[in-house]
Design a protein around this ligand. Structure first.
Ligand code: GLU
Ligand code: ZN
Length: 307
C-alpha cells in the first residue's frame, strides 16, 4: 500500500466550510457539496469547518444533526476545529440586528403573505412599510433598507457583481429584488443574516456550495460589506440532478446517502464533480480515495464560464 503523505502545514489564509441545515439527512446532492468544499480546502492546504445551521426549528428534523455529522464522518470528511451551532448564536444575531436597527438600516414590515404574493414584479418587495407606518400590534418582519444602507457603504448602485470561480461573472440588481428580510415574522433570524454574521465571525475565505444558492450571494455580499466583513471567494457547484432533471433535495425525496456505502457514494459524487479514479489499489479505501481526489481536484473542470 502506498504511504500516505503527511498533511502539509495548514494555511490560515484559506478557511472553507460546509454549513448544512438539519432539515433532513444528507443526500447525494448535499454530500457532493460537502465533498467539493472539503476537497477545495484540502487542495489549498486550508481549514475546513462544519457549521450546523439550526436556526429554523419548524423545518428541523429530529435527529438530523447527529445523522448529518455521522454521515460526514463515515465518508472520511474530517473537519477542523469545533462545530459551530447557529442555535447557540442568537445573542450575536440580536446584537447585529440591533446595530442595524439603531443605524436605521432596517425597518419593520407588517405586509401579509397575500399582499407580498400579489406584488408586481413578483418577488420584488416594493418598500411599502418604509413609507407607511406598520400596522399596530401586527406581527412584523424586519427588512434591510437597501437604499439607506448603500449610502453608508458608498456602493454606487445596488447592482452587485462578483466573479464566481465556477459560474464566472455574476451580477444581480438588488433594486429589482427589493429590501429583504433579516428577521422573520415568526421571530426567527433569517438565513441571510445568520449566514453572513457567521461567515464573518469564522473568517471564511472560500465558500464552495451548490448553485441553488447563487441568487442569495449578491444579498450576502451586500450585507457583508455593510457589516464590514471581508468578501469571500465563491464557487457555486452545479447541483446534482436525478434522471428527471430535478435537484436532489429533501423536498423531492432524494434518498439519504447511506454511510454503509460510503466508498461507492464518494465515487458517485466525484463523478459528478468531474473526477474518475481508476479502480486500483491507491483508491480502494476512503482515506486513499480522498487523498487521490484532493490531488486531482480542479475547479476548472466544473466551469460553466461562458456557458
Ligand atoms: N444551510 C444552507 C443549506 O443547507 C446552506 C448555507 C450556505 O452554504 O451558505 O441550504
Ligand atoms: Zn411591508
Amino acid at each position: 500500500m502506498p504511504k500516505r503523505k503527511t498533511p502539509p502545514q495548514k494555511k490560515a489564509d484559506y478557511i472553507g466550510r460546509f454549513a448544512p441545515s438539519p432539515s433532513g439527512d444528507l443526500h447525494l446532492g448535499s454530500l457532493t457539496c460537502a465533498l467539493a468544499s472539503y476537497l477545495d480546502a484540502r487542495k489549498n492546504h486550508g481549514n475546513w469547518l462544519v457549521r450546523i445551521e439550526d436556526i429554523d426549528p419548524p423545518r428541523e428534523q429530529k435527529g438530523a444533526t447527529q445523522s448529518i455529522l455521522s454521515c460526514i464522518k463515515a465518508h472520511g470528511l474530517n473537519w477542523d476545529g469545533d462545530i459551530l451551532y447557529q442555535s447557540q448564536r442568537s445573542s450575536t444575531y440580536h446584537q447585529t440586528l440591533k446595530a442595524l436597527t439603531d443605524e436605521q438600516f432596517s425597518y419593520p414590515c407588517t405586509c401579509n403573505r397575500k399582499r407580498i404574493a400579489n406584488l408586481s414584479p413578483s418577488n420584488c418587495y416594493d418598500g411599502h412599510c418604509k413609507t407607511h407606518s406598520p400596522k399596530l400590534n401586527a406581527p412584523a418582519s424586519i427588512r434591510l433598507d437597501l437604499v439607506r444602507s448603500a449610502k453608508k457603504i458608498t456602493v454606487a448602485s445596488l447592482n452587485i457583481s462578483f466573479y464566481d470561480l465556477i459560474q464566472g461573472e455574476f451580477s444581480e440588481d438588488l433594486g429589482q429584488t427589493g429590501d429583504f428580510v433579516i428577521h422573520r415574522k415568526d421571530g426567527l433570524f433569517a438565513y441571510q443574516l445568520a449566514v453572513v454574521v457567521d461567515d464573518i465571525h469564522q473568517g471564511i475565505t472560500h465558500i464552495v456550495r451548490g448553485d441553488d444558492l447563487l441568487d442569495c450571494t449578491p444579498k450576502q455580499i451586500f450585507l457583508t460589506q455593510l457589516l464590514k466583513g471581508k468578501q469571500a471567494t465563491y464557487a457555486h457547484i452545479p447541483v446534482v440532478n436525478d434522471d428527471r432533471g430535478l435537484k436532489l433535495s429533501k423536498q423531492n425525496h432524494a434518498t439519504a446517502a447511506n454511510p454503509e456505502h460510503a466508498h461507492e457514494n464518494i465515487l458517485l459524487c466525484l463523478k459528478h464533480l468531474g473526477l474518475k479514479p481508476n479502480s486500483n489499489n491507491t483508491t480502494q479505501n476512503i482515506p486513499d480515495l480522498l487523498q487521490w481526489a484532493t490531488e486531482h481536484w480542479n475547479l476548472n473542470k466544473l466551469s460553466n464560464k461562458g456557458a
